[in-house]
Design a protein around this ligand. Structure first.
Ligand SMILES: Cc1cc2nc3c(=O)[nH]c(=O)nc-3n(C[C@H](O)[C@H](O)[C@H](O)COP(=O)(O)OP(=O)(O)OC[C@H]3O[C@@H](n4cnc5c(N)ncnc54)[C@H](O)[C@@H]3O)c2cc1C
Ligand code: FES
Length: 338
């Protein structure tokens, strides 16, 4: 049976099909709410179930009011009322599943592969800078990877994949792929995109391959000729982990709206730059973030610490913190419990 989902404090109501998650139903009805993994791991979609009954994967049957509910895992059992962190109108995404060919794989660092995919001739995929795609594995499970190419280069996709110890895709499968092999990908997904209605200065915060969506965002801003101030803090353990540092260094020379601060947590003696936790470098430079937006991507511990410390200690409004935590995106990962 179809149930109504009401959004607390608004006039918004949309239908949710039997066994459909609230996040999917909202998207189908033309609304967007914060999310990232869609698999119950990252907590980005956390909100309230203010009234009604629902099955929530990882927590069983819940009766509202209940806090800390993952809306990507919530399937109503009655009409419900929810309180997401944000909700806005957005055209339902025109998602495509494409068989893409490997064009090139390079290794700018020992544990990072840059994978250039080409779509079949004539196929283009519309996406927004900062979004990700899913790669289908042979058993039907999927992995998420952010697109490092800007949206105007949409006849393929560029992925930055960090090798995870024991990783099925990032190790085993990717290690056996060569030019001409194919991958089935679906795109676009994600809300890690600059707020187009804002001209506030933005802090871009990345660790490791969290640089991938940042590259797309900055190259898109260059293409659009915008001059919104963007300050990138890119954190890593050692200098070699900043696998494409020449690129943001060049952007900083070329564009006066762009600033680049690399930060190492375990530098060698030759490093003369910033050190420590990358989000702490942001706080040292911007103790007052009330006038900013922050876009944080990469290590989940970093994105969680940044959210906590920026909102509690530097006045950043919670709804101006955007993140893609690179949590494990396979189906076998445990669902976060609130
Ligand atoms: C929205 C989103 C976007 C992402 N974008 C990128 C991206 O652009 N580049 C990128 O390199 N990764 C990205 N990831 C992570 C990626 O989707 C995979 O989870 C990762 O590559 C591991 O997949 P695997 O098959 O190699 O490892 P699996 O076989 O799934 O896991 C092997 C082991 O490693 C652990 N593990 C899995 N992923 C991670 C991780 N990220 N960190 C630490 N331990 C892990 C697992 O718990 C397991 O124990 C993203 C994740 C999300 C949710
Ligand atoms: S989007 Fe729901 S937990 Fe990640």
């Amino acid at each position: 049976m179809t149930h109504d989902v009401r959004v607390a404090g608004t006039e918004i109501v949309f239908p949710c099909e039997p066994d459909e998650a609230v996040l999917d139903a909202a998207e189908r009805a033309g609304f967007t709410m914060p999310y990232s993994c869609r698999k119950g791991v990252c907590s980005t979609c956390e909100g309230g179930l203010t009234a009604g009954a629902a099955d929530v994967r990882g927590r069983g049957s819940l009766d509202g009011p209940a806090d800390g509910v993952l809306l990507c895992q919530t399937r109503p059992r009655s009409d419900v009322e929810i309180a997401p962190q944000r909700i806005a109108r957005r055209e339902p995404p025109a998602r495509k599943t494409v068989t893409a060919k490997i064009h090139k794989i390079t290794h700018p660092a020992d544990d990072v592969a840059v994978v250039a995919l080409r779509f079949p001739i004539g196929v283009r995929a519309k996406f927004r800078a900062g979004q990700y795609l899913t790669v289908a594995l042979p058993d039907g499970d999927t992995r998420n990877y952010s697109m490092a190419n800007p949206p105007h280069q949409n006849d393929g996709a560029l992925l930055h994949v960090r090798r995870v110890p024991g990783g099925r895709f990032s190790g085993e499968i990717l290690g056996g792929l060569a030019k001409g092999d194919t991958l089935r990908v679906e795109l676009p997904f994600g809300e890690f995109c600059l707020d187009a209605d804002s001209d506030r200065p933005a802090v871009l915060l990345a660790t490791g391959t969290g640089f991938a969506p940042v590259k797309s965002i900055v190259e898109d801003q260059v293409k659009r000729g915008d001059d919104r101030p963007l300050h990138l803090y890119w954190g890593a353990r050692r200098q070699t982990d900043l696998y494409l540092a020449d690129l943001p260094t060049q952007w900083a020379r070329r564009y006066d709206w762009f600033t680049f601060t690399p930060v190492l947590s375990d530098p060698g003696a030759e490093w003369a730059g910033r050190t420590g936790h990358v989000h702490r470098a942001v706080l040292a430079d911007h103790p007052d973030l009330r006038g900013h937006e922050v876009y944080a991507c990469g290590n989940p511990a970093m994105t969680a610490a940044a959210r906590d410390e920026f909102t509690s200690g530097a006045g950043l409004p919670a709804d101006r913190f955007y993140s893609d935590a690179f949590v494990p995106s396979g189906d076998s990962q445990p669902v976060a419990s609130a």
